[in-house]
Ligand binder design. Structure first.
Ligand SMILES: *Cc1c(COP(=O)(O)O)cnc(C)c1O
Length: 488
């Protein structure tokens, strides 16, 4: 299996090259040459690791079985519970709990395994340079990537997060991250500023040659890296298997997934699962008030000439959804077309498309609806969900009402409610104590749930990274980081 750029079919590379590059040299994103087909009957009774092996081997067909199994075992070891992606049933819904990894968000699934793939790729390709991972984050990628890459040999990681766009726990998770290979900077812009500048730096010839002199090469831990996407396919199958095992559906019956969406990475993995043969009726794109995707899927118009709103689901506060580029390629199979669309987007922040996206349903949840959903679900089912999951739940209900459909719907539960404690306090009508840890305690006492130990541990950690920078300083900061490193 090879991977090529969404903007040029001839720019074709191996999996190792694709993950080392992060983004293609022409600015495109790597996609698999084809979608391998599976027979779901053969996957039904596998545990998470065996299932991951059966899915990933189809894309990584040049890996030796022992090597791939070893990497999977190391990624999904006791950092995760026995069943890493538990499917919870409530009175009228199913939640796929993807937040039991180290940083309490679904991104741990991909970012526990990507560092191992990269480490392996560096070894196998005899790369002379070290890797510098540049990451723009709306909160969860940063903490998850820092945790995954901390102290990985021959890889450094620098994270840029929006100063005013992350929750307090997300900030603490990043600013207290230890590791002699990590740099963390708050920027005075939003996620889109961070993401678009990181993408520019990847293409900046002067930067590329400067860091090369210092012995480095860039890569990415954002979901533009195909190594982020593939591991996420696995849990769609795992969710389906659990529904079958619970006798909630028969084998082959179609289900829908509601996915809280920002950069379109998580839901795209669902699309890959569907193309591989998982019986999916609809992929429900759930947005917050940054609802550019809702508009796009309704009208075909992608108009990024708007201001980003800071919402109570900050990990989805995004205007330019990078992975939409991959979907547009898969729907059109036309790299020239994608190239034109993307250059339109870069120049005019606008494009228009006449494609039919039947597999999807898109809608959004406003701030109040999201908080109401947390309250409603807790009162009805004594089940606590976070703001992002609440967006997924709210839009799943809109879908049900709009389409009068009856298939089972699985909501991807993307983060622990404790990560967004201030909003959860508000949703449940509790009194905000102003202090993060007191607020967690209030939620705990009221909901009779446990505060995750990863949050309790933050209390005693030292803040190591406290630098605020302007967007215009990103390049300078990268060079200084490497310069300081080379001196030591
Ligand atoms: C990143 C994130 C999302 C959005 O996922 P995308 O792959 O960017 O669409 C949703 N919820 C949480 C909690 C996240 O961290």
């Amino acid at each position: 299996m090879k991977f090529f750029s969404t903007r040029n079919k001839d720019n074709i590379v191996s999996f190792n090259e694709a993950i080392l590059e992060g983004i293609a040299s022409d600015g495109g994103l790597f996609v698999p040459e084809y979608f391998p087909k599976v027979n779901i009957d053969n996957l039904l009774n596998l545990d998470y690791k065996d299932l991951a092996y059966e899915i990933l081997r189809l894309y990584l067909d040049d890996f030796k079985e022992t090597k791939l199994r070893e990497i999977i075992a190391k990624a999904y070891d006791d950092k995760f519970p026995e069943n890493p992606a538990f499917l919870k049933k409530t009175s009228n819904c199913y939640y796929l709990e993807l937040y039991h990894g180290r940083t309490l968000a679904f991104k741990d699934f991909a970012l526990s395994i990507l560092p191992l793939f990269l480490e392996n790729a560096i070894k196998e390709s005899n790369l002379k340079e070290k890797i510098l991972i540049l990451t723009a984050t709306s909160g969860d990628t940063g903490s998850s990537a820092l945790s995954g890459f901390s102290n990985v040999y021959n890889i450094d990681i620098i994270v840029f997060f929006p100063q005013n766009g992350v929750s307090e726990i997300q900030r603490l998770q990043m600013t207290t991250q230890v590791g002699n290979n990590t740099g963390v900077f708050a920027i005075d812009g939003n996620f889109d500023d961070a993401q678009s500048n990181v993408k520019k730096i990847f293409k900046d010839k002067e930067m590329l040659s400067k860091i090369k002199e210092m012995g480095y090469k860039f890569s990415s831990a954002n979901s533009i890296n195909i190594g982020r996407l593939l591991p996420q396919i696995v849990y769609y199958f795992h969710a389906y298997n659990q529904l079958v095992a619970m006798n909630e559906i028969s084998v082959g019956e179609k289900v829908s997934f509601s996915v809280p969406t920002g950069n379109f990475g998580d839901i795209l993995a669902g699309y890959y699962a569907k193309r591989m043969g998982l019986p999916i009726e609809k992929l429900i794109i759930a947005s917050n008030e940054n609802n550019i995707l809702t508009e796009f899927f309704e009208t075909g118009i992608y108009d990024a000439n708007r201001n980003l709103k800071i919402t109570n689901s900050p990990s989805m506060d995004i205007i330019i959804s990078s992975n939409l580029e991959r979907l547009i390629y898969h729907k059109t199979n036309d790299t020239e077309f994608v190239k034109n669309i993307e250059s339109n987007l870069e120049e005019n922040r606008f494009f228009k498309l006449n494609e039919d996206f039947d597999e999807f349903y898109a809608n959004f949840s406003n701030e109040d609806e999201t908080l109401d959903e947390i309250k409603r679900v807790f009162e009805k089912d004594c089940y606590l969900i976070d703001t992002h999951t609440a967006v997924g739940e709210s839009v799943a209900r809109k879908y049900r009402n709009d389409k009068k459909s009856s298939e089972k719907i699985i909501v991807l539960s993307t983060a622990s409610a404790y990560k967004f404690s201030n909003s959860v306090i508000k949703a449940l009508g509790l009194k905000d104590r102003g202090d993060l840890f007191s607020n967690c305690k209030i939620i705990k006492d009221f909901t009779k749930t446990q505060i995750p130990k990863e949050i309790l541990e933050l209390k005693d950690k030292k803040i190591i990274h406290d630098k605020n920078i302007e967007v215009s300083q990103m390049k300078e900061v990268i060079l200084k980081y490497l310069g300081d490193k080379n001196e030591n």
